[in-house]
Design a protein around this ligand. Structure first.
Ligand SMILES: NC(=O)c1ccc[n+]([C@@H]2O[C@H](COP(=O)([O-])OP(=O)(O)OC[C@H]3O[C@@H](n4cnc5c(N)ncnc54)[C@H](OP(=O)(O)O)[C@@H]3O)[C@@H](O)[C@H]2O)c1
Length: 379
């Protein structure tokens, strides 16, 4: 990218993920980073309270410096310039996606690059079925599977607690495009302004970008999905810190993972058949997923990563239920339930995840009711 050319990148959702990305784009590229706020009130709050700056504390660096960078332009639906959007990052919570995108839809077209940087699965289906229903006028879609860990403390400061990178791939609009040749990656790296920006060497190294085919990213996304499908709802339902359940979580993790994998194997059939069909073909990368995405391997991986390595962590869903915020359950265990129905599978095929979803919803409802009516256990 030449020094005179500036890529403009709009960020919809300047929360934890939006901020961690914005900071490194401002530090290591010359992109024009434009946050999009939900309302004039939130925009004014950013301008007044933050002085038009995005800030983050890099907890994993010695001395935990607070980095602050000024933003040249920021907008909301009322002030939006009404020009087509070239590059759009969506970093809202999954369940906020539709409402957040709606005011900007007139400015998103087939020349827009749109990247989802969110946990869970199911937003792609939402975009296909409810938002970009006209197949001729759909943006070029990408997904970022992000493993950086960021939280906002009581003072409102974002803290970058864990550095772990982000996998990026182009998302297919149809199931027939699920398996990509290596040439798709090379072509985007050379010709797509969003991918060019995200893979600029300094930024890519500092942020930990791994640009790959969809199937490579998807296998990592399903791995992370299974970690989330266990750790998030179970810690929220039980109201526990991750490591507290290490010795007793095996049976429930086995039930959740086994059921998820049975449904995911149907929904993502080309991925699960990939190894035998494509390994050894030079046009496609070799992948070893069949040994990874098994129930026994995933139960031990989720227990190792979730309960051991991150033993002192409190999951985002537990935090959301404690602070009475909506939870992303519809895009985790709830997604598996919707898949089973869309694929016309036996309703009993998703009963574990359906119950887990209902219990997580109940946990949040109970915490909300206790905040109003008091805790009856103490009476
Ligand atoms: N935090 C992590 O460590 C982490 C790690 C991996 C993945 N993820 C995933 O990344 C996604 C984002 O999570 P997060 O932690 O960054 O959430 P977050 O801190 O809650 O950020 C979401 C942001 O979206 C904004 N937003 C909501 N509705 C909007 C609208 N209509 N218009 C404009 N902005 C809107 C919110 O602004 P308001 O304040 O105005 O609501 C908020 O700033 C989630 O799917 C999460 O699971 C998070």
């Amino acid at each position: 990218m030449t020094a005179s050319h500036r890529t403009t990148i709009h960020i919809l959702g300047l929360g934890a993920m939006g901020t961690v990305l914005a900071i490194d784009l401002l530090r290591f590229t010359n992109a024009l980073v434009v946050p999009l706020f939900r309302s004039q009130e939130r925009l004014a709050q950013f301008q007044r309270t933050s002085g038009n700056k995005v800030s983050i504390r890099k907890l994993y660096l010695e001395g935990s410096p607070l980095l602050s960078y000024p933003v040249e332009r920021s907008e909301c639906p009322e002030t939006f310039s009404k020009k087509p959007i070239s590059n759009l990052v969506v970093t809202t919570k999954t369940y906020q996606t539709k409402e957040a995108l709606t005011p900007y839809l007139p400015y998103i077209n087939e020349n827009t690059n749109l990247i989802l940087i969110q946990n869970g699965l199911g937003v792609l289906e939402l975009l296909k079925e409810e938002i970009f229903t006209d197949a001729k006028n759909r943006p070029r879609l990408f997904q970022g599977v992000i493993s950086h860990g960021v939280y906002q403390d009581k003072a409102g400061i974002f803290n970058h607690a864990g550095w772990a990178g982000m996998k990026v791939a182009r998302l297919p609009w149809t199931d027939e495009q699920m398996i990509q040749k290596r040439s798709v990656v090379a072509d985007d790296a050379a010709n797509n302004s969003l991918v060019e920006l995200l893979t600029e060497p300094t930024f890519a190294k500092e942020f930990g970008i791994e640009h790959s085919t969809y199937q490579e990213m998807l296998s990592g996304q399903l791995f992370k999905f299974l970690v989330n499908a266990c750790m998030n709802p179970i810690t929220a339902i039980l109201d526990c810190v991750n490591g507290e359940m290490i010795d007793s979580c095996g049976p429930v993790f086995t039930s959740i993972i086994d059921e998820c994998l049975q449904i995911l194997r149907v929904a993502y059939k080309p991925l699960f058949e990939y190894q035998e069909k494509f390994n050894g073909n030079k046009e496609y990368p070799d992948m070893d997923i069949n040994a990874v995405l098994t129930t026994s391997n995933m139960v031990s991986e989720v227990t190792r990563i979730g309960c051991d390595i991150n033993s002192k962590n409190s999951s985002s869903m537990r935090q959301d239920t404690l602070f009475l915020r909506d939870i992303e359950i519809e895009y985790i265990n709830g997604y598996v339930v919707r898949l089973a129905s869309n694929l016309n599978l036996d309703p009993n095929s998703c009963k574990v995840n359906k119950t887990i979803k209902e219990l997580a919803d109940l946990r949040l409802a109970l915490n909300r009711s206790r905040s109003i009516n008091g805790d009856w256990r103490k009476e």
